[in-house]
Design a protein around this ligand. Structure first.
Ligand SMILES: CC(=O)N[C@H]1[C@@H](OP(=O)(O)O)O[C@H](CO)[C@@H](O)[C@@H]1O
Ligand SMILES: [Mg+2]
Length: 508
């Protein structure tokens, strides 16, 4: 943490802008820890500096000073520049002491730390962007953040709190983390226009962060979280431990669990934005960015029914965000619920012009004004669970839909995610946005011949970027088939990529 404080000061001097540091291990268990660095535009730290971060984190104590000097020389960094480093943290018990270390690191290189206390990751991204745009993006305080999002939301909602099948009530699982703490500020400001019932708020209960609850648990286990009342057909939402991921779900009257994940949110949002842009009648290109983990049915629906171009990129939000910048309106979501929408300057300029252009019809002007308000509900810097929730609630309200109607747009293919521990995950390399395995030799051929046996089968494997494991994804027409395919592919990974520990069990 101390060393990341040092690195942030170097990065800040190099970029001549404010840098953010968020202390969080996100959706991971409470005992884990981690840190996220935020670049001046509010995006994740540029990839080329990841290698420096790894180096700085790992050098021996007696090599640290030398390493810092090397970086200063390599990047020709002016060490006399005065810089501000914004620091935020999640609710983990380890966070206060880790924040102290970060602050010590910042001070050691004469940077100025500005402590934001406990905040969500997307709030930190927002604060950094506000500071670097002299508050053009918004007022860079918590109050400024709530005001921007909530006033845009209220403007869109108007007086129709309920509309046709849409009921303005949602059960919210705060994962016993900062998402629970901060939603209260929204609840106060939203008043009656959206009723949010908060659960898994460690402030009151005894729940542990992310434990049997939260967006990652719900998505990866495909299970209803503990701590949220099971009310048939009631729309529920879970966020993760730093509130940058969100998923929707409900249990039906037969107690069957239904998940509406990042792919669902992406399709809902893309469809709605496309409608508005076309009503508006201005020429803006819209694209949707997914990863290989996106459900095949969602990709099919987007390309064939919505007719929105889809790009597939490597896992990790930095790749999605980067690709989304190529469009006037770039919608990106990981299946796990991390995503947002970004709008180009061209798009914003054209919309601002259209909203005021009296030569356009009233309907066209209105659509432009709606799009502008939507931009203000959205946190463009990074995936933001609460902002994404407000966006989904806005769209469902506009369409007059309940959660079942949203779900009916397409049917997800059953899918399964497994992991295999291997001796060295670097033996596994991939290409084509991780969809094809290059090494170990022969593994891809084995996967191909397994996939062939299953109707609508698809599977790919890749080394995780955050854990020391290989991940296996499989989907097929039925649950049994996808479970079997996933296990068979896991077995091949275990055999050909140096699996350790107990081998995977294949269901008969
Ligand atoms: C399958 C999956 O969900 N992978 C996650 C996970 O990355 P891995 O590289 O798969 O460990 O953590 C990333 C950071 O949160 C997130 O961006 C990504 O989507
Ligand atoms: Mg997170």
């Amino acid at each position: 943490m101390y060393r990341m404080g040092l690195l942030a000061v170097l990065r800040s001097r190099y970029k001549q802008g404010v840098i953010g540091i968020m202390i969080t291990a996100s959706h991971n268990p409470e005992c884990d820890n981690g840190v996220k660095l935020i670049d001046p535009h509010g995006e994740m730290m540029e990839q080329s500096w990841e290698e420096l971060a790894t180096r700085v984190a790992n050098v021996q104590d007696d090599e640290l000073e030398g390493t810092i000097k090397e970086i200063v020389q390599q990047y020709n960094i002016d060490m006399s520049v005065r810089v501000n480093i914004l620091i935020g943290k999640d609710t983990r018990p380890s966070s206060p002491s880790l924040a102290k270390s970060v602050i010590d690191g910042v001070l050691a290189l004469s940077g100025k730390p500005i402590d934001f206390g406990i905040v969500t990751t997307p709030q930190m991204h927002y604060f950094v962007k506000c500071r670097n745009t002299q508050n053009a993006y918004g007022i860079g305080t918590e109050e400024g953040y709530y005001t921007k999002l909530v006033s845009a939301f209220k403007k869109l909602r108007g007086d129709n709190f309920n509309n046709k099948n849409y009921v303005n009530k949602v059960l919210y699982d705060g994962a016993n983390g900062v998402g629970a703490k901060k939603i209260k500020y929204f609840m106060k400001r939203l008043g009656d226009c959206l009723e949010i019932e908060l659960y898994n708020d460690a402030g009151i209960g005894t729940g542990k962060l992310n434990y049997l609850c939260g967006a990652d648990h719900v998505k990866s286990q495909q299970l209803f979280p503990t701590g949220v009342p099971n009310i048939p057909n009631q729309r529920c939402v879970s966020v993760d431990g730093d509130a940058d991921r969100v998923v929707y779900y409900y249990n039906d009257e037969n107690n069957k669990f239904h998940l509406l994940d990042g792919d669902r949110i992406a399709t809902l949002v893309a469809e709605y934005l496309k409608e508005l842009v076309s009503t508006c009648g201005i020429d803006l290109n819209l694209g949707l960015i997914q990863t290989a983990y996106a459900n095949g049915a969602s990709t099919d629906y987007i390309t064939k029914t919505l007719k929105v171009p889809v790009a597939c990129v490597s896992t990790g939000v930095k790749h999605l965000h980067h690709k989304a910048l190529e469009y006037d309106i770039g919608v990106y979501f990981e299946a796990n619920g991390h995503g947002t929408v970004i709008f180009s300057k061209n798009a914003k300029d054209k919309l601002n012009e259209a909203a005021k252009n009296n030569k356009l019809s009233e309907e066209q002007q209105e659509a432009a004004a709606k799009l502008l308000a939507l931009i203000d509900v959205i946190n463009e810097t990074v995936g933001d669970a609460i902002s994404d929730m407000l966006l989904v609630e806005t769209i469902l309200n506009a369409k007059g839909w309940n959660i079942q109607q949203w779900e009916q747009t397409y049917t997800d293919l059953p899918n399964k995610l497994l992991k295999v521990t291997v001796q060295d995950r670097s033996v596994l390399t991939t290409k084509d946005a991780e969809r094809v395995c290059v090494t170990p030799e022969g593994l891809q051929e084995e996967i191909d011949s397994l996939v062939e046996k299953y109707s609508k089968g698809r599977s790919f494997v890749r080394p995780s970027g955050t854990e020391d494991i290989v991940r296996i994804y499989a989907e097929a027409e039925t649950r049994e088939e996808c479970e079997k395919l996933a296990a068979e592919v896991a077995q091949k990974v275990y055999d050909l990529a140096g699996g350790i520990g107990a081998p995977p069990i294949i269901p008969q």
